[in-house]
Ligand binder design. Structure first.
Ligand code: USQ
Length: 424
């Protein structure tokens, strides 16, 4: 995000302690693409862009650190990406559930108070999640809807029905940000983001940094790897693409470069003071089966041998449901999708193939064992074997193996990334 904003003329400061690296290590994983130390990345940033962002190594739940950064940076916009983003991680046990909620909610509260005291005109761009809404049997509006009840009408927040302690932490954040806008007169955009995938964060491949120290990370473990990223890693090392349960769960997806574009559009177009607005941010919706088929088709074209298999779903979630969310607000601001999914999958596979051995060495972290009922047990394949059973033809999963169950001139932004946290 810092690279993307800097390339567009913004001056960026940040807070980060690389906590994501610790979470992924705790899961036994590592990034498929090597990630240099923060210092080495900042050096590479300076060489490539001629400017070095002021980055504090610190914890968003430490209010003094947050206030100090606000005093130094005097932000006009704050892009808040500094939360633990993993549903499975939050479902491990009570310690992880409570820690994820404290981390996410306290960090955001500190940002809100720092804004009130030190940057009341600034614009908060806060990363929420489409998962806040859950999968209701209704179309999903962008944050609010008009409702008539007992003859009276109102515009109210659309009900949230999150599916993990992590997703609920985002719901609590949304309520807190909305309330802070009302009582402190702050302005905020809450971005309900779908599942992000990809390795190239600039819209044009020509802008992709040549220096590997400027590349993004890509996780594939059960907690921090998202579905499409995992499917690509699985294809590269010849492991089955794991469909959880029926595979008919539908989600909104968008490539990382368009996530950057959307967040930047929000930064460049702040709402009025006191306004809390919600953007649903995704490009297209797919079922997980459709997604796996897409990856398998591109991987086959590239000479790989992808296999799609269903495994027990470790989560409690609806596997067949209505899903039709609105996503008009960003389009109205000029959002234009820059890449289609197939070419993005191809680029990912090209970027991942040279790191085949890094992924293969950690293949054990691919099968999920964190279960929503709080137990820990590896999911088994639903074709009755746990490794060597019949497989679905790539690209066409069958229906067998049913499971049981304002100002455009903003130029100072603070980017908060995965803040480090102290476990209580
Ligand atoms: N799934 C599989 N196979 C896998 C991994 C996942 O079938 O190997 C399924 C899951 O059961 C789920 C769907 O794919 O139904 C999405 O799972 P995911 O792990 O890709 O994404 P999720 O847990 O929903 O969370 C991710 C990010 C989170 C963000 C969210 C957006 O980790 O930070 O908030 O996507 S959304 O899903 O729209 O809520």
């Amino acid at each position: 995000m810092a690279q993307y904003l800097t390339a567009r003329g913004h001056q960026v400061a940040g807070i980060d302690a690389g906590f994501r690296r610790e979470w992924v290590a705790e899961m036994g994983g590592r990034s498929a693409l090597p990630v240099a130390s923060l210092e080495a990345r900042l050096d590479a940033f300076e060489s490539a862009r001629g400017t070095r962002p002021h980055v504090v190594q610190g914890d968003l739940t430490d209010r003094d650190v947050v206030y100090r950064l606000f005093e130094e940076a005097r932000p006009e916009a704050i892009v808040h990406l500094g939360e633990c983003p993993s549903a499975p991680y939050s479902m491990i046990d009570a310690d992880h559930a409570i820690w994820v909620q404290r981390n996410n909610i306290e960090g955001t509260m500190n940002v809100l108070y720092a804004m009130r005291d030190l940057a009341p005109e600034a614009h908060l761009v806060k990363l929420g999640t489409m998962g806040e809404y859950g999968t209701p049997n209704l179309d999903i509006p962008e944050g609010f809807f008009e409702i008539e009840y007992r003859g009276r009408r109102d515009r109210l927040p659309f009900p949230r029905q999150a599916g993990s302690w992590y997703h609920w932490s985002k719901v609590h954040d949304s309520n807190n940000v909305m309330f802070a806008c009302r009582i402190f007169g702050l302005r905020a955009t809450d971005v309900m983001q779908g599942v992000v995938y990809g390795t190239r964060f600039f819209g044009s491949s020509a802008d992709h940094p040549a220096d590997p120290e400027l590349h993004t990370r890509l996780d594939f473990d059960q907690a921090f790897g998202t579905a499409l990223n995992r499917f690509c890693c699985q294809s590269v090392i010849g492991e089955p693409l794991t469909l959880f349960g029926l595979g008919n769960q539908r989600r909104g997806f968008l490539p990382i470069c368009d996530s950057m574009q959307c967040l930047t559009l929000a930064v460049d177009n702040p709402p009025e003071a006191g306004d809390y607005r919600v953007f649903n941010q995704f490009e297209e919706t797919y079922t997980i089966s459709e997604l796996a088929s897409k990856v398998a088709a591109v991987a086959s074209e590239m000479g790989l041998d992808p296999r799609i298999r269903r495994i027990e779903n470790p989560r409690k979630e609806m596997e067949e449901h209505h899903y039709n969310p609105d996503h008009d607000h960003l389009l109205a601001l000029g959002y234009q999708p820059t890449r289609d999914m197939d070419s993005e999958i191809r680029a990912m596979l090209e970027d991942l193939l040279p790191h085949h051995d890094r992924v293969a060495a950690k293949r054990d972290v691919l099968l999920p064992d964190i279960r929503w009922d709080g137990s820990r047990r590896k999911s088994t394949f639903l074709d009755g074997s746990n490794g060597a059973g019949p497989e679905e033809a790539a690209g066409e999963p069958s229906s067998v193996d049913e499971p049981e169950a304002g100002a455009a001139d903003v130029d100072h932004a603070v980017v908060a990334e995965a803040a480090p946290l102290t476990r209580g």
